[in-house]
Design a protein around this ligand. Structure first.
Ligand SMILES: [Fe+2]
Length: 192
């Protein structure tokens, strides 16, 4: 029988910081609460009934060795444009929310934040502006095979260049090529 493919709908986190998570996801992705009680919440930033949810029952605790334990690494949200990604980076900096690390993956420009529980959230824009093209590039480009994780970039310097009028395509080439590598290479949430 043919596979009927369901669409990815939401992610649900365990948390002992329910209020902080609600505020953070509100600020970062513009999510609003559709329902909450003392021990759970469901939020969305589009027409779906929920996109992120939280279970906050007693008995949960932090993982001091999170980077070395098997688990989900990040969720990701995509903007329609590089300009929207940069505007959002700038807006969040105004709320004192700063990236954990930034990577030009070749197919996306990606800025990763750490939520109050230490889960990464990737905010991205598609380099090609077209999933068909970026998917084909991922499958076939020698550049991706040679560097699938990506090239780190310093978002403050990239924002300055963007606001100085450098276009997204030229900035992507420069980021991918290493022109905006930060002075200190951050840990990306993996064992060192
Ligand atoms: Fe990702």
């Amino acid at each position: 029988m043919a596979i009927i493919r369901p669409a990815l709908h939401h992610v649900t986190f365990r948390t002992s910081r329910l209020d902080e998570m609600i505020v953070w996801y509100g600020l970062v992705i513009g999510a609003t609460v559709n329902f909450r009680d003392a021990h759970a919440a469901w939020m969305t930033n589009d027409a779906a009934n929920h996109r992120v949810a939280f279970l906050a029952v007693p008995g949960l605790h932090d993982d001091p060795d999170k980077n070395a334990h098997n688990a989900m690494h990040h969720s990701a949200f995509e903007y329609e444009s590089f300009a929207d990604l940069m505007a959002s980076y700038k807006r969040l900096a105004g709320h004192d929310i700063h990236p954990a690390f930034c990577l030009d993956h070749g197919l996306t420009v990606s800025i990763y934040y750490r939520d109050p529980e230490g889960n990464f959230v990737e905010l991205q824009s598609d380099v090609f502006g077209d999933w068909q093209k970026s998917g084909e590039w991922m499958r076939s480009a020698a550049d991706f095979a040679a560097n699938p994780i990506g090239t780190f970039f310093d978002p403050a310097r990239v924002l300055a260049a963007h606001e100085g009028g450098t276009d997204a395509e030229a900035l992507h080439r420069a980021m991918r090529g290493g022109d905006f590598v930060p002075a200190v290479i951050p840990n990306i949430g993996l064992p060192v």
